[in-house]
Design a protein around this ligand. Structure first.
Ligand code: 9WN
Length: 411
């Protein structure tokens, strides 16, 4: 019988094994670099047993921050041919080889939680990190708002690669001139669990366009056909700005503009309410069309401090349809696929963010979600993600963020 203590040890061991010296890889083989939001989860995991190592994780990530404030989604500290596309394909223009896009801004929220665990040790780290976090958030506010909601310029940016929300805008891309390339992901895990060739052709086409434009935001705004206002980005940035405001007030740091940013993002979040669907939803910036998807990102509203009885009804509905929620796509939708990445599977990291929001609002489903995530990991291990119908593990094994979620929330 595996006890909580055994699982705690396994989780700590996974973090240590994936530690590459100051930063953590998501999992050996499939993802051999530092990923932005993975590292933020890892930091909170480390904070449960090694608080200095937690701060170091975030500090290493910010060594890759670009001059314009952007913090890249992958940092290529040392080259590894096992992942495609690598540093040369991206041509990132920052101080460390990196990708040219970003990921959900959860670092400020995680930093706030780590700071609260030990304010005395955390204060110097937090003071040094604060202006960098502000610069990153300012970058979003300057370049990425549509009606106050944050839009993405690549499916990888939202961290939810192949969710059905991107299907229609991806259809509009003609990747005819993308050329030959060799996928590496399907050499590590079964192709039936990964995005399709249709998706990959367009992922790579978008990277090639970004590199050609030198990742210049004003030019990308004009040329990029893929611009989608996204609940993940909008809710996480809104939450992250609230965390910076609280930290700035507590530490006497510069909070100028934050209250206005929060108001703008609050109205942006409301602009993602799809009245027909009765859910928060993604919106195609180019066409104004709704994705018409209830995804797990729709349920990040509470994390952003926004309550919604209608969204609660949706949560109750999707949780009643699968054994292990929250499914990344609506089980009632014909596009639901329980094993294909972001088209149905349950992700412990999304559950943690949703769960934190529910707990803060004393929501009646809060405890159920935490208990389900706990049972899921205890029964099926530290997999990258899980089939929500039976909990079977999928994707990469010994995964950093699932171990971190266990230590910092689910256990
Ligand atoms: C592209 C590392 C990352 C996560 C993303 C997840 C997946 C990468 C990929 O893995 O994306 O960024 O190659 O599939 O979708 O959320 O950060 O774990």
């Amino acid at each position: 019988m595996t006890t909580t203590k055994d699982l705690d040890k396994q989780a700590r061991d996974i973090l240590k094994q994936n530690d590459r010296g100051g930063y953590t890889i998501p999992t050996k083989g499939l993802y051999p670099y530092q990923w932005n939001w993975d590292s933020a989860f890892a930091a909170l995991g480390f904070a449960q047993f090694d608080i200095e190592r937690a701060w170091q994780e975030l500090e290493t990530l910010f060594t890759a921050q670009w001059d314009d404030g952007m913090v890249p989604h992958i940092v290529f500290h040392q080259s590894d041919p096992g992942y495609f596309p690598g540093p040369d394909i991206w041509g990132g223009t920052g101080p460390v080889p990196s990708s040219g896009i970003t990921q959900p801004p959860i670092a400020a929220t995680m930093a706030h939680l780590i700071y609260q665990l030990d304010p005395q040790k955390g204060e110097p780290h937090m003071r040094a990190l604060y202006p960098k976090l502000r610069a990153w958030h300012d970058w979003f506010m300057q370049w990425r708002l549509d009606q106050g909601a944050v839009y993405i310029t690549h499916p990888w940016e939202a961290g939810r690669d192949n969710t059905p929300e991107w299907d229609a805008p991806m259809e509009r891309i003609d990747p005819a001139n993308v050329g030959e390339y060799e996928r590496r992901d399907t050499q590590h895990v079964d192709g039936s669990m990964r995005p399709t060739k249709f998706d990959y052709d367009r992922y790579i086409w978008l990277v090639q366009m970004g590199k050609r434009l030198n990742w210049n935001q004003p030019q990308l705004r004009v040329e990029n056909p893929f611009q989608v206002a996204d609940p993940t980005m909008t809710f996480t940035l809104l939450r992250a700005q609230r965390d910076l405001l609280a930290l700035g007030e507590a530490l006497g740091l510069n909070i100028n503009g934050l209250a206005d940013d929060i108001l703008r993002l609050e109205s942006g979040a409301q602009s993602l309410w799809n009245p027909e669907l009765q859910s928060f939803d993604a919106r195609d910036v180019r066409t104004g069309e709704w994705a018409n998807c209830v995804s797990n990102a729709s349920f990040l509203c509470w994390y952003a401090g926004i309550d919604s009885p209608e969204q609660s009804a949706q949560l109750e509905r999707v949780l009643s349809q699968v054994k292990y929620g929250v499914p990344s796509h609506d089980p009632a939708s014909p596009k639901f696929d329980g094993r294909r990445y972001w088209r149905g599977p349950t992700w412990a990291i999304m559950n943690q963010l949703i769960g934190l929001g529910l707990e803060e609002m004393n929501h009646p489903l809060a405890e159920k979600l935490r208990a389900t995530t706990r049972d899921l990991i205890a029964a099926h291990g530290f997999a990258e993600y899980f089939d929500p119908t039976d909990g079977s593990p999928a994707g990469g094994k010994a995964f950093t963020w699932t171990a971190a979620v266990w230590l910092s929330w689910a256990n």
